[in-house]
Design a binder for this molecule. Sequence first.
Ligand code: FMN
Length: 166
Amino acid sequence: MNSIFHRTSIRRYTKQKVESEKIEKILRAAMAAPSAGNQQPWEFYVVTDEETVRRLSETSPYAGFTKDAPLIIVPCYRTREDQLRFKDYAEIDLSIATEHILLEADELGLGTTWCGIAPLQDRMDAVAAVLGTDVSLRPFAIVSVGYPAEEKKQQDRYDESRIHRI
Ligand SMILES: Cc1cc2nc3c(=O)[nH]c(=O)nc-3n(C[C@H](O)[C@H](O)[C@H](O)COP(=O)(O)O)c2cc1C
């Protein structure tokens, strides 16, 4: 997949809205992710309301730039034991699903940035308060999405010294 070697964090977006067909493709990619015991602990909030986008951008000191994004996706995870097989893996499962969002968006010509929310309780509480999520649901990340208004080349991070051949 070329997006693995093309995606970068894009923090500036044009005003162009993200088409609903593309949003669906991104969410299909997210839900195609593997998860522990196939528990699929995710739920996704799709936020295009400008005021809610602005309020979400204030839930982390490092997410201010997301206020101008045309779309924010907030992947959340379930915590109810009767809905999960391996609850300790829920955040790992969400990590993979969130990466699928970034990669599919890149495939579709969109730019994204993952803003960390979990596992920091104060940020999770702040996002939950903005979205009004059920107490059993934990916000995992803020992913801003939009058409790129900046061009970036991916950094080559390949480092032979990190590989240990036995
Ligand atoms: C768990 C996680 C949390 C991150 N949180 C933020 C954030 O709060 N704000 C931000 O601007 N970028 C955030 N990023 C993006 C990283 O800064 C970025 O991925 C890293 O600098 C590498 O750059 P690249 O994505 O362009 O390859 C986060 C990335 C990850 C995986």
